[in-house]
Structures are given as structure tokens and as C-alpha cells.
Ligand binder design. Structure first.
Ligand code: MN
Length: 262
């Protein structure tokens, strides 16, 4: 199994290091990761400046690694299309410090790493652990290896990636694994205005997350119930209910009015 690892917390993140060490005994492992944190960059790619990849290393392992000035999506494209001599069998993005559930998916660089893999035609998994404070990576790392092996053996449907969230608990306290749908986690966004030392205003975007853990079968529900959440995500962003609703509107093209003939 040839595995390409990336993340959005940057090549120095302990979550990425734990992931590399978990895969190393089981696979040929390559790491292509951002040189610094690129969380919440979504699916940004770099088109207007050169991309660079500098050989790097992962503490406690001997896997081949590169640090890049790109986003997670750039890293996967650079790895899968160029840096690795052969295409990876799977891309694993993470282990992110903090969960990626509900609306997080729109902003998540971790998820976009796996999404770029799906775009290139390689199975992708995004892995996040459900806590920002004292995150533990043992269960998430083992589960990522187990799931990657299963995906390489069985394949994933086309244009699909898996978004995995793991409770920040010891294995003995985790209740199981749920296949989920995207849940209800949203942010009450605020823009704080402050003043810089030269008297000019500046702004800081912030927000408090609101999480519903009561909607059974969702990612947020799974984590609230001490279960690992695996959400299959498709590249097709169409909203089927909206297609039905909009078709009933009978939208028309406004025809130019013909000049009146004498
Ligand atoms: Mn992150």
C-alpha cells in the first residue's frame, strides 16, 4: 500500500507525525504537507505564484516528506501528480487537531486534502480528533490505517471521500463506529473591530460554534455518543430538493422586444 499523507495544521503538527508513525510499519508512506498552518483555507489552490516543495522529515519516523508553500489541495496535487514516482493508492489527510463536522466541511483544509484526492481519482480520507485541548492520536491513527487498508482492498465509489471524526477518548471508552451524514454544527459569526497602533481600524473574524448532538445518524450525534463518525462525502454539490422546487418556478428567458414594424 502506497500512502500519501497531508494535513492543514502544517508539517510540524503532532497529529500528522502520529499518522505517519501509525502507517509506517504497514505501508510505503510519503508526506507532502504545508510548511505552516493552513487551517480553514477550504479548497484553495495556488495558481498565481510558484509552488515549492522542500525535503523535510517527520520526527520519530524515516518516511519521505516534503514541506510546501501550498495549501492542502496543492500538496495532494503535487504529491500525486509529481513528487511521488507512482500514484498513491490512498490519500489520508490529518490527523486534524479539532473536529470537522457540519459546516466545518466548507472551510476545512483537512477535508479538502481528501477531496483533492477524489478529484484526481484516488480514494481519500480526512481524519480529525474531537478536541483542541490535549488531543490524543492513538485511536485515530490505528483506525485510519485499518480503514485505509479496507478501502484499498474494496475501493470507494467514484467522486467520494470519507470524512472521519474520532472522539478524544481511550479506545476502551469508544462505543463503536457509525456511518453518518453531515450534521448540524454552525457558527454564530462575529466581526470584532479593534484599533491598530497607528489609529486605524482592523477586523478579526471570530465565532462561537453551535453543535446539535441530538440528530441521530449525524456526525455531531456520533461524537456526542462516543462513536467514531465516518461520513461519505460526494463531489456533486447539487441540492436535489432545490432542483425539484426550482423546476416548479417555470423560469423563462426574457426575449428582447421586437421593434414595432410600421
Ligand atoms: Mn486544522
Amino acid at each position: 500500500m502506497r500512502v500519501l499523507l497531508t494535513n492543514d495544521d502544517g508539517i510540524g503538527s503532532p497529529g500528522l507525525h502520529a499518522l505517519a508513525r501509525a502507517f509506517e510499519p504497514e505501508a510505503e508512506v510519503f508526506v507532502v504537507a504545508p510548511e505552516h498552518e493552513r487551517s480553514a483555507t477550504g479548497h484553495a489552490i495556488t495558481l498565481h505564484k510558484p509552488l515549492r516543495a522542500v525535503p523535510s522529515s517527520i520526527p520519530g519516523s524515516s518516511v519521505r516528506a516534503w514541506a510546501t508553500n501550498g495549501t492542502p489541495a496543492d500538496c495532494v496535487a503535487m504529491g500525486a501528480l509529481s513528487l511521488l514516482a507512482e500514484r498513491p493508492d490512498i490519500v489520508v489527510s490529518g490527523i486534524n487537531v479539532g473536529p470537522n463536522m457540519g459546516r466545518d466541511l466548507t472551510y476545512s483544509g483537512t477535508v479538502s486534502g481528501a477531496m483533492e484526492a477524489a478529484i484526481i481519482g484516488v480514494p481519500g480520507i480526512a481524519v480529525s480528533v474531537g478536541a483542541f485541548r490535549n488531543p490524543r492520536f492513538d485511536v485515530a491513527g490505528r483506525f485510519a490505517v485499518y480503514l485505509a487498508k479496507m478501502i484499498v482492498a474494496r475501493g470507494l465509489p467514484a467522486d467520494t471521500l470519507l470524512n472521519v471524526n474520532v472522539p478524544n477518548l481511550p479506545a476502551a471508552e469508544i462505543e463503536g463506529v457509525e456511518i453518518t451524514r453531515q450534521g448540524d454544527k454552525r457558527y454564530i459569526s462575529r466581526l470584532e473591530e479593534r484599533t491598530d497602533p497607528r489609529g486605524r481600524p482592523y477586523y478579526w473574524l471570530t465565532g462561537e460554534p453551535g453543535i446539535r448532538g441530538d440528530l441521530e445518524g449525524t456526525d455531531t450525534w456520533a461524537l456526542a455518543h462516543r462513536r467514531i463518525s465516518v461520513t461519505p462525502i460526494g463531489l456533486d454539490m447539487t441540492s436535489p430538493p432545490a432542483v425539484t422546487a426550482l423546476r416548479s418556478w417555470g423560469l423563462e428567458v426574457a426575449k428582447e422586444e421586437r421593434p414595432a414594424r410600421p
